[in-house]
Design a protein around this ligand. Sequence first.
Ligand SMILES: *[C@@H]1O[C@H](CO)[C@@H](O)[C@H](O)[C@H]1NC(C)=O
Ligand SMILES: *[C@@H]1O[C@H](CO)[C@@H](O)[C@H](O)[C@H]1NC(C)=O
Ligand SMILES: *[C@@H]1O[C@H](CO)[C@@H](O)[C@H](O)[C@H]1NC(C)=O
Length: 314
Amino acid sequence: MSGVDLAKAVGYQQEDKPVAWNQRDLLVYAVGIGAKKDDFSLVNELDKAWAPFPTYPVVLGFKGTTQDVVDFRQLMAGGKLTPGLPKLNPDRVVHASQSIEILKPLPAVSGPGWKLKKRNTGVTENKTGLLVEEETILVDPQGTPYAKLYSAAFNLGARPTGTNFSKRIAGPPQAKPVPKDRKPDWVIRDQTTPEQAVLYRLSGDYNMLHIDPSIGQASGFGGVILHGLATYGFAARALVSAIGGNDPRSLRFYAVRFTAPVKPGDALETSVWEVGPGPDGTTEVTFVTKNVTTGKVCLGAGVAYIKKLEKGKL
Ligand SMILES: *[C@@H]1O[C@H](CO)[C@@H](O)[C@H](O)[C@H]1NC(C)=O
Ligand SMILES: *[C@@H]1O[C@H](CO)[C@@H](O)[C@H](O)[C@H]1NC(C)=O
Ligand SMILES: *[C@@H]1O[C@H](CO)[C@@H](O)[C@H](O)[C@H]1NC(C)=O
């Protein structure tokens, strides 16, 4: 294919994307990821324990600075091509993995001048498609980084060179394996509602797949599926509530692989194993999240560094 040079894509720095949010956006996100009426540290901005939920920056790539609905088709069509990559089919892309490292607590209101700095950090081709990895850093108007994210998207069927090309220059820490010899240290069950995707999209991802059942039917999902990043938020809440005393500031690093779709209304079960100390006084955990009824794993290779609530401190 002409213009294809996978090595050239790796390291490519994209144009900065301005972003902004307010406290209301943070509250809308919290209910999008299933926060309940009693989770005051997530949903009641007047509570002393309230803080922005730390995974919030994952929505900013879609949201940008707008306070209104994002035209998803236009956003996709307007995406700039990365030099060296082939033109990729937006209908055959699946979100493969997502991580976030919290470097500084987010303010409740951004104000102007914040942006996402994005670069390509990896391209891997195999028999079934092309994996494209990106690093995104959220910076304030002075350029101070607040969060560092890695995401990977798998482009099914993309075989631009027909080789096993692979180059990666950065990436997040990987999960330790689930211990085979012991039960999980925490098991957290939660219920998504039939309206979960309708709520989650209000944070910026207005992909029609998550509201129009005919699109999911055509793609073989049998109807609407929940945003992968909504399930991502559900599992983050599970860790924060079970391990971090429901203090949003307890979570410092959090990563998963997306392994199967979830439908709005499915019940989720997150199983968590403590696997060692993490950096800066945190605890490292490995986790998986399943659809309770089918037993199918929807989030795999989960890893987090989280500050454990010390007993007797409440
Ligand atoms: C190709 O890469 C993807 C993404 O890393 C992976 O899920 C898939 O199993 C790989 N396929 C083969 C045939 O190695
Ligand atoms: C790519 O890797 C697969 C699996 O390791 C191997 O079977 C195949 O021959 C390789 N293809 C090329 C073109 O090297
Ligand atoms: C999860 O389990 C429920 C209950 O069996 C099932 O209806 C649903 O289709 C499953 N979700 C997915 C995405 O497989």
